[in-house]
Design a protein around this ligand. Structure first.
Ligand code: PDD
Length: 300
């Protein structure tokens, strides 16, 4: 592991942050998770866009430029020196006297955690995973908007814990109208006949970067795709179901609440989309390798 705290890169034991940090006290922080493929950081611009959108939702000034943050991320990855790495960027509002007033903190804390990322288990893709529908709901957009990737993930932690206690892989969360939103750290998709469907952003969910890519890939491949609401009943009655996230890519869901989805095996549309996604990763890494190499040399 290599960890960067406000520009200083160390191992995990030396990396530390104040107990007065608002991320620690109130979850007053934002974060992004990405990974590298063959040493190339995947979708860096999209992650930075979302980080800045999250900050803007929270009215949190970010005291580092995009260019400097990119440099810090690439520098930390360079020190880690792994072809396949996990990277988590956390920006907190900073530290100060204890109190809710955001003005009590004047300078962000930046933490970049990088570590070697093992390959995902092949059984996820070969057999599919089992999910539950959690009783814990996703926040309404009018509360802590799920579109913000903030350090406040307690609903998702509780939902994941429910799944774990029931021996499932993960949980799917509903909104207050009983509609499917997303997984605890992933977006959810179903296939009905030839139609590919994922819930719209208005339902209250994080706009996943993988979700956005799958939407684009599907449209380019003339797949009939739509962003449409559905209930858990429709979900369980789907022909195929899968989840998407940066680190998991495209994972078939073959059981929900103990009931088999479709044939109970990963379906052809899921496999096709995963293969299209893999090709997209390849194209992306080939096109970005040179540019990222230059940025990591340029301190300006
Ligand atoms: N999670 N929904 C939620 C609530 C998430 O936390 C994530 C990402 C996603 C998928 O987003 P993306 O495709 O951009 O990875 C959807 C990351 C992986 C995490 O917290 O580890």
């Amino acid at each position: 592991m290599k960890i960067n705290v406000n520009g200083k890169i160390t191992g995990p034991d030396e990396a530390c942050i104040s107990v007065f940090d608002r991320g620690f006290l109130f979850g007053d922080s934002i974060y992004e998770v990405s990974l590298t493929y063959d040493g190339v950081l995947f979708k860096i611009e999209e992650h930075l866009d979302r980080l800045w959108q999250s900050a803007s939702h929270l009215d949190m000034p970010i005291g580092i430029s995009r260019k400097q943050l990119t440099y810090q991320m690439l520098k930390t990855l360079k020190e880690l020196n792994e072809k396949r790495a996990y990277i988590r960027v956390i920006i907190t509002r900073g530290e100060g006297k204890i109190g809710l007033d955001p003005a009590l903190a004047t300078k962000n804390n930046l933490v970049i955690i990088t570590k070697k990322l093992e390959e995902n288990p092949t059984w996820w893709y070969d057999s599919g995973v089992e999910m539950i529908i959690a009783s814990v709901l996703r926040n309404p957009k009018e509360s802590m908007d799920p579109a913000v990737k903030s350090g406040n993930y307690l609903n998702n932690v509780l939902a994941f814990n429910q799944a774990k206690k029931q021996g499932a892989f993960d949980a799917i969360m509903l909104n207050q109208d009983g509609l499917v939103t997303e997984g605890t750290t992933s977006n959810i998709w179903i296939v009905k006949g030839k139609k590919l469907i994922t819930p719209p952003l208005a339902t209250g969910l994080l706009e996943g970067i993988t979700r956005k890519t799958i939407l684009e890939i599907s449209k380019n491949s003339k797949i009939d795709v739509s962003e449409t609401d559905f209930t858990p009943e429709v979900l369980k009655d789907a022909d195929e179901c899968f989840l998407t996230s940066s680190t998991k890519e495209v994972v078939p869901i073959t059981k929900i609440d103990g009931i088999s989805v479709g044939s109970g095996k990963p379906g052809p549309m899921t496999a096709r989309l995963h293969s299209l996604y893999k090709s997209h990763i390849q194209e992306y890494t080939n096109s970005q390798r040179g540019a990222q190499g230059k940025i990591s040399e340029d301190k300006s």
